[in-house]
Design a protein around this ligand. Structure first.
Ligand SMILES: Cc1cc2nc3c(=O)[nH]c(=O)nc-3n(C[C@H](O)[C@H](O)[C@H](O)COP(=O)(O)O)c2cc1C
Length: 137
């Protein structure tokens, strides 16, 4: 079991629900087929994503993601073996825009989400805290 964490810059100037929904729809279909789970976060121009699964499944998925013109400056910050999944229930869950107040506080406490100043572990923890603070089904 491996976990990959990356961040990237968003290329679409007015990224909204429709664009995010389109990404999530395709991600959920492909990830479910490949045994990949994870979480996507979008906030103020940055994506951060966690992918979990077999090494080969993550590599195949990430090769497609990396080529996607909807983002650029894609930076892998961690790709390591893990003992278990964190996002068991989600082929791809989402957190970010339209966060509830408690979750938003987590981002603001660290001065806004700027992944350039964070380690892979810190990005992973921030995404996971947000997903679980939101109490996603
Ligand atoms: C920020 C971002 C995250 C994405 N995450 C995934 C993902 O987790 N899984 C996936 O299959 N595609 C993901 N995609 C979409 C891929 O880049 C690509 O468009 C898609 O995998 C193509 O699938 P298809 O060949 O089935 O149409 C993501 C795209 C972006 C911009």
């Amino acid at each position: 079991m491996y976990r990959l964490v990356y961040y990237s810059r968003n290329s679409c100037p007015n990224l909204g629900h429709q664009e995010i929904d389109a990404i999530l729809r395709v991600s959920r279909r492909n990830n479910a087929a490949g045994g990949v789970t994870g979480a996507l976060m979008f906030d103020e121009g940055y994506f951060a994503q966690v992918l979990e699964g077999a090494q080969s499944a993550i590599e195949e998925t990430f090769e497609r993601i990396q080529m996607d013109p909807r983002h650029y400056d894609v930076q892998i910050v961690d790709f390591s073996p893990v003992s278990d999944r964190t996002f068991h229930h989600w082929a791809m869950t989402y957190t970010g825009a339209n966060l509830s107040a408690p979750a938003r506080k987590l981002i603001n406490a660290s001065g806004g989400f700027d992944p350039r100043s964070l380690s892979g572990q810190e990005i992973f923890l921030q995404v996971a805290s947000l997903v679980f603070a939101e109490g996603r089904p």
